[in-house]
Design a protein around this ligand. Structure first.
Ligand code: SAM
Length: 218
């Protein structure tokens, strides 16, 4: 894949239209919309497919994986209620686009990917764009114990259930956003840790994610 890091007026214009579309689809958080308006999503596409970068669609990034649909990225991010300085664990780095959105909101991001090729690519691309999260390679279905606890955890692949171990890595008051279901479709689940052993769980809309694969997943 040949990446080109040029942000022309045409791409900037397309990005503004994407923000308007997401607003129409119900994304209300202005800071999330601002972040979507700022991060050049076409930087994650081969130049041949730049035309696709600002359509509200998921797109293949190799190794059977996808860059998430912008609406899904905005939806999950909104649910996290990111505050500047929040320590966020992202499970499923993929292209790194979601990582950039979290960092635009001021989060300190720990991100983990299990596909070697994607990991190797993202550790080049993001620093080149000026984003320096903490990158990890491996099975994120167990979270990352050594850096816990986190203010927020976001899972960007579909899980069969909520891994217990992730709940333990949340701070009290912390939020986990995770799609849970079967291979075909998942409900977006948010879990707020209200006490040591006390969790509030809400099930929201239906999505379709690639599977979360690992010891605590598929
Ligand atoms: N937000 C990402 C983006 O916009 O590019 C979405 C990436 S894709 C929908 C989900 C990613 O989760 C894939 O790259 C996949 O390899 C990764 N993944 C699946 N299971 C994983 C696991 N156990 N640990 C870490 N990453 C995992």
């Amino acid at each position: 894949m040949a990446y080109k890091f040029i942000d022309n007026y045409r791409e900037k214009g397309a990005r503004k239209l994407l923000v308007k579309l997401l607003e129409k689809r119900g994304i209300e958080d202005k800071s999330v919309l601002r972040a979507i308006g700022k991060v050049p999503r076409h930087f994650f596409f081969d130049e041949t497919f730049w035309i696709k970068a600002y359509q509200d669609i998921a797109f293949p990034i190799g190794d059977g994986q996808t860059i998430s649909q912008p609406y899904t990225v905005a939806y999950q991010t909104e649910l996290l209620h990111i505050k500047k300085g929040d320590k966020v664990l992202e499970i499923g780095t993929g292209s790194g686009y979601q990582t950039c959105i979290l960092m635009e909101l001021g989060a300190e991001v720990y991100t983990i990917e299990r596909q070697r090729n994607l990991y190797e690519r993202v550790i080049q691309v993001l620093p080149h764009m000026g984003y320096w999260p903490s990158f990890f390679y491996g099975d994120g279905s167990k979270g990352i114990e050594e850096h816990a606890p986190y203010d927020k955890i976001i899972v960007t692949a579909g899980a069969p259930m909520v891994p217990e171990v992730m709940l333990k890595q949340l701070k009290i008051g912390g939020i986990l956003v995770i799609p849970v279901g079967d291979e075909k479709q998942q409900k977006m689940v948010t879990i707020l840790r209200v006490g040591e052993d006390d969790f509030d769980r809400i099930e929201l809309d239906t999505f379709r994610f690639v599977p979360l694969v690992g010891d605590e997943a598929w």
